[in-house]
Design a protein around this ligand. Structure first.
Ligand SMILES: [Zn+2]
Length: 258
């Protein structure tokens, strides 16, 4: 299995070897690690060099952590071009929803321009996009990436209305489910309606989850529990969900190993 979104460069993982070992023991043999900005992107590349075939790096610019200036995005775009051969995606990038200024029209407009630039770069470099576009931002991000002719993208930890979800699926993009599918009705409804060939699984570690995960450090090994919850919700087998989500990850990120 593959954790399609974990911030293994975060302070909560001072030595990722333990988390990688526990993941391996749980059947999670690879993970996509998206950077959130310049320093994080450098750390992610370092992790990928240290754990080849296990850590697959993506380089990004998190929409809620940085001012959307042309200069800020430029440095990341330059790095993406330079590192094209060693990365599996552009991300995470997207549109802001959480945080004090995320509702300001000016901030959103600037973020939309930034996202369009990353989307065009992803197309030019033939890389998929990892999108952070919660709730109402999902539909807006969908319009931007379609306009840029993006063909490969995942809406990470997706949450939007059903109509938008159906439009995302119809456009051929992927949707990723987090540990919340084990305990939250909204995510469980989504898990039941997604076609098997459109869904990925992720932990978004170190983000702390509730339900059966409460009080535990979020690690890629938890993917085993996410897949088990999905199998239960979709009235199918663990093996079937594991095979489908792993195949989808490989299709999206073109990762070869494990
Ligand atoms: Zn993330």
């Amino acid at each position: 299995m593959i954790d399609s979104h974990v911030h293994l460069d975060a302070d909560q993982y001072p030595d990722p070897s333990g988390a990688i070992k526990r993941a391996h023991d749980a059947g999670v043999s690879a993970m996509v690690v998206p950077g959130v900005g310049p320093a994080s992107n450098r750390a992610v590349l370092e992790l990928a060099r240290k754990y080849p075939g296990i850590v697959f790096p993506a380089l990004g610019f998190h929409p809620e952590r940085f001012e959307h200036s042309e200069d800020g995005a430029r440095a990341v775009l330059d790095m993406i071009e330079r590192e094209r051969a060693s990365i599996c995606a552009v991300g995470e990038v997207g549109l802001p929803w959480y945080g004090e200024r995320a509702g300001d029209a000016g901030v959103i407009d600037a973020a939309k321009l930034t996202l369009a630039r990353f989307a065009r770069a992803a197309v030019a470099l033939d890389l998929p996009l990892i999108l952070h576009a919660p709730h109402a931002r999902a539909g807006e991000a969908l319009a931007i990436i379609r306009e840029a002719h993006v063909t490969r993208a995942v809406f990470h930890w997706h949450k939007s209305d059903e109509q938008t979800t159906r439009a995302i699926i119809g456009a051929g993009y992927f949707i990723s489910l987090s540990p919340e599918v084990a305990y939250r009705a909204r995510d469980q409804d989504l898990a039941r309606m997604l076609p098997a060939d459109r869904m990925l699984v992720e932990t978004d570690g170190p983000w702390a989850h509730g339900g059966q995960f409460a009080g535990r450090l979020t690690e890629p090994a938890m993917i085993k529990e996410v897949v088990a919850a999905l199998a239960h919700l979709r009235c199918t087998t663990f093996e079937e969900v594991a095979a489908a989500t792993t195949a989808n990850s490989r299709t999206l990120f073109r990762t070869k190993s494990s």
